[in-house]
Design a protein around this ligand. Sequence first.
Ligand code: ARG
Length: 264
Amino acid sequence: MTHNATRRNGLTLARRAAAAGAVALAVASLQPVSAQAADTRVIGGKPAAQNEFPFMVHLSMGCGGALYKKDVVLTAAHCMEGSGNNNRITVTAGVADLNSAAAIKVKSTKVKVAPGYDGTGKDWALIKLARPINKPTLKIATTNRYNRGTFTIAGWGDTREGAGTGTTKLQKATVPFVTDRACKWHYGNRLVAKEELCAGYQSGGIDTCQGDSGGPMFRKDDAGKWIQVGIVSWGDGCARTGVPGVYTEVSHFAKDIARAANAL
Ligand code: ARG
């Protein structure tokens, strides 16, 4: 993870803490800087097979993403530095192992961060690629009907909270949907319920973590095809008991995302 991404993730945590008051501040600031900066993996997962999730991409600042179109990646706003021309991001696709010789590497040309993004909710962004990547795209949910059941999460982020050691091998896990109401037992009004959804086990142990941000949370649709319902966004620590992961609610933004992708 680059210095920039490190600062950005720290900033996001700090902003959220400031907005949420003393309790949140205590939780967030207890995280050592190294934990915030950690290029970490899915916690409690196992390695994904080559080509299992062909739409998954890795971003050079230490985030994940998914191919929304052959030349457009959907990721998290908090992984980006803002909208505009940008040729500084390297997108790696086509491999579970980042060191594989088969890795496809393409540069960004432009970034579009969600309109109105200020660090709370609206955590989505699009990256335009210098050339199309010939891999399957991941369609996004356009209604809330898939905000239920069990989701797959995947990423190259930390496998332990605060580990600070990214993995080169894509990790995967499954986590159950958590209702907004239950998610608020821990997060209260820090959860932007309309724009975010939660997932995780009450007992903890399995979660996304630092370095997984921007990656997709997905499930099968009624036709048995993968569909994206979430974007890895934030959480208090990783995989803690009673603390779900928080994901951007993709269906809420589906129209905005489609519009932004067409304009990119
Ligand atoms: N903000 C983190 C990142 O930049 C993702 C954290 C997800 N946390 C969680 N407990 N699910 O990589």
